[in-house]
Design a protein around this ligand. Structure first.
Ligand SMILES: [Zn+2]
Ligand SMILES: [Zn+2]
Length: 376
């Protein structure tokens, strides 16, 4: 395939105003600059973090092309790109690590802040934009990957070259799977025989279940308010499913199921203050609560401070599965191939890009599993 340096016309799901429907538009995408590649998108998940941009719970500059859970093929290399070739199948990472800062040095690449100011301002790492709309006005990116588009310009360091798995598998590894599995394996470090509770049976919650199964947890309790999720949670390895929207009832059920002791680990895969407030109540002495679902900016919740001292409980958070994406994306794909991470069973619906609003609606109305946009 010839290298070229012309702009290309793409179709992309554009958010023009908070709480407005997404509009699928033709945009002009400039060619890759130094250190960038052009990706032909193949699959993209629909994640609650995208929805937070739609509602304004996450404030971003508009208009913007959303989508941050995607995979595709490298179709053009910008100047100076090494380590990637045309035709490579890549999953895209929404927190690229610089490899040179204190956090990267400490083995915490998911906490690398180097590129975040520009990325969270809707810009490429160099502070510029690559997309313009039909009126010639520039359009903002999301995390420099904007995966709800037929093509995207992304930094080479946001690409992880993947083993030969289906594109929808590598797309989901790009956010939901890594967020859930990594919270268990990298952050909590759940061990064989430990007991686990997970609030939320959506894409991230089910990924957390998969992580707990991989870790050998002896008891995996999922709490969700949607009865339709019961069978799905059990099929992923939940040993108990508590269906209730009353969190006091949920805590009672968890304590009863553990002879009053509580569990070793609790994960909130939803991101609501009401859930966060009861996490410590679910825990055994020295237990750890991990916040995974991202609440609206400024959300506060109360906890009983004495629990930290009298029972040495731990409260922490995990962003993007506390992942080293270069390592973990490939590892999770390999575990999928080995039959130990049934990521394919997360995919419950497939949509075309022009069905993006329908896909969002399905996620909000408690659809089980994950909806995926597929590009052909
Ligand atoms: Zn996400
Ligand atoms: Zn860094």
């Amino acid at each position: 395939m010839a290298l070229h340096s012309d702009a290309v016309q793409i179709d992309a799901a554009v958010l023009r105003a908070v709480n407005a429907p997404l509009s699928v538009e033709s945009l002009t995408l400039a060619p890759p600059r130094e250190g960038e590649v052009l990706i032909e998108m193949k699959a993209s998940g629909v994640c609650h973090s995208d929805w937070h941009c739609v509602t304004g719970d996450s404030v971003i500059d508009l208009p913007a092309v959303l989508g941050h859970e995607g995979s595709g093929v490298v179709v053009e290399l910008g100047p100076g790109v090494t380590g990637l070739s045309i035709g490579d199948h890549v999953a895209l990472s929404w927190i690229p690590a610089c490899g040179a800062c204190r956090e990267c040095d400490r083995g915490l690449p998911n906490l690398c802040q180097t590129h975040l100011p520009n990325l969270w301002s809707g810009l490429m790492p160099d502070g510029t934009r690559r997309m313009v709309d039909a009126s010639g006005d520039p359009v903002f990116h999301l995390a420099a990957i904007s995966t709800w588009a037929t093509h995207s310009i992304v930094p080479a360091f946001s690409c992880v070259k993947m083993p030969d798995v289906p594109f929808e598998i590598s797309a989901l590894i790009g956010c939901g799977v890594t967020t859930g599995v990594g919270a268990v394996l990298n952050k909590a470090k759940v061990a064989a025989g430990d007991t686990v509770v997970i609030f939320g049976g959506g894409g991230v919650g089910l990924s957390t279940v998969m992580g707990a199964v991989l870790a050998g947890a002896s008891r995996i309790v999922v709490v969700d308010r949607n009865p339709d999720k019961d069978a799905m949670c059990r099929s992923f390895g939940a040993t108990d499913v508590v269906i209730t929207d009353d969190l006091t009832d949920a805590v009672s059920a968890i304590r009863e199921a553990t002879d009053g002791r509580g569990v070793d680990y609790v994960f909130d895969a939803v991101g609501l203050a009401a859930i966060e407030s009861v996490l410590l109540d679910c825990l055994a002495p020295a237990g750890t609560a991990v916040l995974v679902g991202i609440p609206s900016t400024g959300t506060a919740f109360e906890v009983d401070a004495a629990e930290f001292i009298r029972r040495e409980k731990v409260l922490t958070g995990s962003i993007f599965g506390s992942a080293d994406t270069a390592r973990d994306f490939v590892d999770y794909a390999q575990r999928y191939l080995d039959g130990r991470l049934p990521i394919d069973r997360l995919v419950t619906e497939r949509y075309r890009l022009d069905e993006i609003n329908e896909a969002c609606d399905a996620m909000l109305t408690g659809g089980v599993g994950r909806g995926v946009i597929v590009f052909d």
